[in-house]
Design a protein around this ligand. Structure first.
Ligand code: UD1
Ligand code: PEP
Length: 429
């Protein structure tokens, strides 16, 4: 087991290249199950979620091979319908996409309940509602979801909650169903468009991805293709926030600025200078940052996945900022750790009230989830002294080479093995 150490106070400067989007990658990889020949995915991020999904493909008989660590060839020809009740499916959230993809391909799926970040309750009732509407019978037997259909028939499905996972999962299950499926109140995240683009390249007929009504006309077969993933807007947002907190002049490369409008608007309100070009952003913090309030919303609103890193930035800003997460109201586990580092944050009525500016102090802290990890790394960059961060398995689920990318920007950040005593303490905490 390893920990990250950060020596605070080194100014970030230079250029950082953003990797492929995690939340696309984790759907594109299972989507390949639906094809009858080789799918090649280019620009995948080097993160543990992607590796775990590739291993799951192998468990069901697929063959996978990597070129240069970023291009994944998936041959689905020998895949078979096989239960995946436990094991790797618990390591990440997106294993739920094996439900839609295997249902679409084999008319059945047995998958354990997914893992992923602990952000409070994360039900999958809308996914199940969609599968049932398409004609599947769904049961939960000892923690695994059994999904079986004699045939899948297109249906009109209204999502009671706007859900990224349910929207993509229903698309995966519906692309080979008979007739037309309409998903109403669909999520509109860029990753949904990316998955629809892959499926369309495979021969699927999908209209409206990126709007709240998606129409899918089922086709009998899907073929292999080549697809290049979109850049990771959440990783980009994390480095933009790091640059606003600890930077001088930072260029974020391989980014689609339109995917980050809500974040950029808030940063400009705070006094951060941001210049946009085609696929780059230039970020330079003003002399004095001004606090703002943020409320997370579904896309194109402020993303919940940037709420925790943004909270760290507010410790640097003058006055009081209120952070409210309407997607995951319990996504607050980073707060206690930031307080250990001297942050002034009160939690009232489910919102975090951050008063700044304060000088953060290096401390030993634990990443309870992926974005808490990012929030603590940014805190370490601006804190006095050394910050030690454990819980790196969360960070590695979503950030490719974070220490290397930050080192290239001028940070003093490195990984070290934990001692046996530290591992014992970490496991008991
Ligand atoms: C792998 C992946 O893409 N993860 C992202 C995805 O997670 P995920 O797909 O799990 O998140 P959803 O968009 O489904 O969840 C949004 C909200 O809907 C609720 N809900 C969801 C499904 C359901 O069946 N019933 C229900 O009540 C959730 O509890 C949550 O409050 O979108 C989240 C919200 O942008 C992001 O934080 C995650 O990074
Ligand atoms: C919550 C996240 O991921 P997941 O849904 O994969 O747990 C995230 O990326 O911040």
């Amino acid at each position: 087991m390893q920990k990250i150490l950060v020596e605070g106070g080194h100014v970030l400067n230079g250029k950082v290249r953003i990797s492929g989007a995690k939340n696309s990658a984790v759907a594109l990889v299972p989507a390949a199950i639906l094809a009858d020949s080789r799918v090649t995915l280019e620009g995948l991020p080097n993160i543990s979620d992607v590796y775990t999904l590739a291993q799951l493909l192998e468990e069901i008989g697929g063959s996978v091979s990597w070129d240069a660590g970023q291009t994944l060839h998936i041959n689905p020809e020998n895949m078979i319908s096989m239960p995946l009740p436990n094991g790797k499916v618990k390591k990440l959230r997106a294993s739920y996409y094996f439900m839609g993809a295997m249902l679409g391909k084999f008319k059945e799926a047995v998958i354990g309940l997914p893992g992923g970040c602990h952000l409070g309750p994360r039900p999958i009732d809308q996914h199940i509602k969609g599968f049932e509407a398409l004609g599947a019978e769904v049961t939960n037997e000892q923690g695994a979801i059994y999904i079986r259909a004699k045939e899948l028939i297109g249906a009109r499905i209204y999502l009671d909650v706007v859900s990224v996972g349910a929207t993509i999962n229903i698309m995966l299950a519906a692309v080979k169903a008979k007739g037309r499926t309409v998903i109403e109140n669909a999520a509109k995240e860029p990753e949904i468009i990316d998955v629809a683009t892959l499926l369309t390249n495979m021969g699927a007929k999908i209209k409206g991805a990126g709007t709240d009504v998606i129409r899918i006309d089922g086709v009998p077969t899907l073929h292999g293709c080549r697809h290049t993933i979109i850049p990771n807007r959440i990783e980009a947002g994390t480095y933009i926030i790091a640059a606003a907190a600890a930077g001088k002049e930072v260029v974020i490369d391989n980014v689609i600025p339109q995917h980050l409008e809500s974040l950029l608007a808030k940063l400009r309100e705070m006094g951060v200078t941001i210049k946009e070009s085609d696929d780059q952003l230039y970020v330079s913090p003003g002399k004095k940052l001004k606090s703002v309030d943020i409320k997370t919303l579904v896309y194109p609103g402020f993303p919940t996945d940037l709420q925790q890193p943004f909270t760290t930035l507010l410790t640097r800003a003058y006055d009081t900022g209120v952070v409210t997460d309407t997607i995951y109201s319990a996504r607050l586990k980073h707060i206690d750790e930031l307080r250990r580092m001297n942050a002034t944050i009160k939690v009232e009525g489910g919102s975090a009230i951050v008063t700044g500016p304060v000088e953060l102090e290096g401390a030993k802290v634990k990443a309870s989830d992926l974005r808490a990890g990012a929030a603590l790394v940014i805190a370490g960059l601006i804190a006095n002294g050394i910050t030690e961060i454990t819980g790196l398995e969360h960070i590695d689920r979503g950030y490719e080479n974070m220490t290397k990318k930050l080192t290239n920007l001028g940070a003093k950040i490195w990984r070290e093995n934990m001692t046996e005593e530290e591992i014992r303490q970490f496991q008991n905490s």
